[in-house]
Structures are given as structure tokens and as C-alpha cells.
Design a protein around this ligand. Sequence first.
Ligand SMILES: Nc1nc2c(c(=O)[nH]1)N[C@H]1C(S)=C(S)[C@@H](COP(=O)(O)O)O[C@H]1N2
Ligand SMILES: [Mo]
Length: 453
Amino acid sequence: MNAHDDGPTPRAARGGAEPEAGPAPTRRLRTALASGWAAGPPRGPSRPEFWRSPLRGPWLTAVFGIVLLFGVTILFLTGLLSYAAYEPDLAAVNDQTPGKGWLGFSLFTWPTSPYWLYRVTQGVHVTLGVVLVPVLLAKLWSVIPKLFAWPPVRSVADTLERLSLLLLVGGAGFEFATGILNVQLHYIFPGSFYTLHFYGAWVFIAAFVVHVALRLKRAVRALRAGPRQPAPDSEEAAGLVSPNPAAPTISRRGALGMVGLGSLALFAVTAGQSIGGWWRRTALLAPHGQEPGTGPNGFQINKTAASVGIRPSDIGPGWRLTVRGPGRQIDLTYAQLLDLPQNAALLPIACVEGWSTADQHWRGVRLTDLAALVGLETDIPPVLVQSVQRGGSFSSVVLSRGQVRDERSLLAVRVNGAVLSTDHGYPARVIVPGAPGVHNTKWVTRLTFGEPS
Ligand SMILES: Nc1nc2c(c(=O)[nH]1)N[C@H]1C(S)=C(S)[C@@H](COP(=O)(O)O)O[C@H]1N2
Ligand SMILES: [Mo]
């Protein structure tokens, strides 16, 4: 007979104070936890009185939350655009996320018009990412008591939610950190930044969607209720309001203003890098390592020739441009390239790092004219562009049909009236409208039409 069989005697009559349901081990655990946790949180941050800022409350958290709701949505969308702009589906050399599977669902053919398209989408992505940092930090500060909330485990649903917060906070930290390090330190994750930032974005956004679904209603209610603090133990307080607040040194509106000023200050020292020209000087947070100098070639340089190991002999008199098409190949000397019809295009360079140049005056040979040299007059296929540079993820790229056929797309030999400088890609570089800088390959030596791989 098992001991739990009540038999004819009613449970109450035996005077047992056992919890009612569940198998014995679970019951014992629950009792132990209940009596341990019932004693209340240990001293320190798990006690509500530990947190004394009179500012924390549902309204302040909701204001930061709503700003982030809009901001992160724009960051995510412009991030997806940046991903599409790289044209990873076009060829293996373009794709640093070959295992993406259905995460590539949002890809589409990136257009060449308007010619400043990537300048704007990526300028917004990077500038907004920087500007949101104070808001993100303020939001985390505003909810920090919840990190220590007691008891640590309440229910399955509560535990799952707390785990999703781990992904949310970790994902946000990871995305902001990798993005900012990349912008500041010039690709410190060679080749892998793109992959890390892409997969990280999906983890972050999944947790973000869950969080918004669980919290949006409460946030809207808190906004409607306004900045007056609810009672600390009320449901509206959501565990954020201190039961033992210190005297305020600043109002809640004042705190908001400070965060806003922080964002504004970051905007002022960042946005100039996407505007270019004189405004670049205001971009104190932009990478300033390589001073581009003055004159026709005096605009931002991404990687110098020396830094990627271009040797003088690679681009000296022995340099040739090889153009290949199906069944045909020709080699051109520099002089022969200059003898082809030269055309002009007014185009910027816009890097994934967020900086871009004002429109530069390029001169060179149209990609369509080069295709014609190997017999491709109509229906021109994508082209594989290769640099003399040995290795490195930017030494080759495949350009789409649309990019090849746009008459502004050049193999440029001059910029702003002068011969290209070594650092800007002498003897010849690609310049295409609307695209990320990475499509503007420097020190080009080979064009292969119709064989993207
Ligand atoms: N061969 C080669 N081409 C390259 C690169 C490179 O590292 N190697 N960097 C690309 C990137 S990421 C950008 S933003 C542009 C920058 O061009 P610029 O240095 O002339 O401004 O060049 C592109 N072309
Ligand atoms: Mo770039």
C-alpha cells in the first residue's frame, strides 16, 4: 500500500500540513523553496529598498522603451537593406553568410538609382546606432532592479521570460558593440564582422519581438498615466518604483533631457562623416586614422595600398587589364585603356562603416564598353571584378546585371580632374551608383563577364 493512499481516513483528520498536490519530490522542493524564499530576499540588490533613485518608474522606462521600439525597428530594417545591398545571392565571393538559409528571405536586387541610396540607408543605420547608445544605457539603468528581483524563480513562464531578457540584453550589447567597434576601428573582425553582426541581429530581434509583445501594453498604459509615480507596491509600479526613495537631485523630465542631450551630442560628432565635405571635420567620432590630404584625391580612403600589400610592381608598367567574356579574352595596357572612350560620372563612395564622401567627379571607361570589347553588346551578364590585391575579402566582387548596365558604372582612371592616386586605386578602379563602397574595387586587373563565382 502506498503511504499517500488516504484510505478511509480524511486527510484533515490526520492533521497533516502537507501541500496538496504533486508527487513527493516536487512537493518537498516547493516547500523548501517556499520556506527559504518566504524569509525574503537576502540583503543587497534583491531588496526593493536597495534601489533608491526616485527617478525609476514605469513612465521613464516606457519613454525609453518606446524610443527604442522605433529606433531598433529602423536599425533592423536599414540593416536588412545593407545586407541586400551586398548582393550575397549573386555569387560566393559576395557572400559571407553562406549558411544563412531562409534568413536570406529578405534579399532583393539592389537598384542603382537613386545613386545616393546606400549613402542614405547606411548613414542612417550607423548614425542612429550611435545616437541610441545613451537611450539603451538609460533603459537598462531604469530596469536594473528587475535583474535582481526576488524570488529568482517563480514560475515556468516567468523563468522563460527572464531567459528571453538575457538574449535581449546580451543581443543588444553584442549588436551595438560589434557595430561600434567595426566603425571605430576599421574592420577589427576581418571578414567576420559581417557574419557576427548578421546572425547576432537575428538573435537580438527575436528576443526584441518577444519583449515588445509582452510589454507594449504596459508601456502604453504607463505613458498615458504620465510621469507621476504610482505606489511602489502597486501593479503599475512593475517593481520599478523605490519604496525608499532618496531625495531627488533632478526631475524625471530633467533625466530625459540629459539622455536626449547625450544623443544629440553623439549625433553632432557622428553625422558629419555621412555628409562629407567640410562637415567631416565635425565627425570627431569617425575614424580619423588616415588623413586623406587635400587636392583632387583628398577624400576619405578606406584601405591604403600599403596596408593591403599592393607592391609598386603590381601597378607599374607591367600592369594589364584582362577582360574576359564567353570564349574571348583581351589584355589591355594602361595606354590602351586610356584610348577607349572616356565617360564621366558624379558619384559618392559610401562605406558600410557609415562614412561617405560627397559626390566625386569620376572619369573612365563604361563597363558596358568593356563588355562590348569581348562581344557582349546586349543582355550583358554579371561581372566578376578582381584586384591585384592578394587575398582579403574586398579584393574581388561580382557586380549585378543592373550595376554593369548602368551607364554611370565606370572602370575609373581619373577623379576630380587628376589621375587616381595609389590609395584610391590607381591604375583603375570600379565606381558604381547606389552601392556599398565594397563594390568599388580598387587596383582592378581582371573583369570576367558571365562567370560569377
Ligand atoms: N582592392 C580593394 N578594393 C576596395 C577595398 C579594398 O580593401 N581592397 N575596400 C573597399 C571599400 S570597403 C570601400 S568603402 C572603398 C573605399 O574607397 P576609397 O578608399 O577610394 O575611398 O573601396 C573598396 N574597394
Ligand atoms: Mo567600405
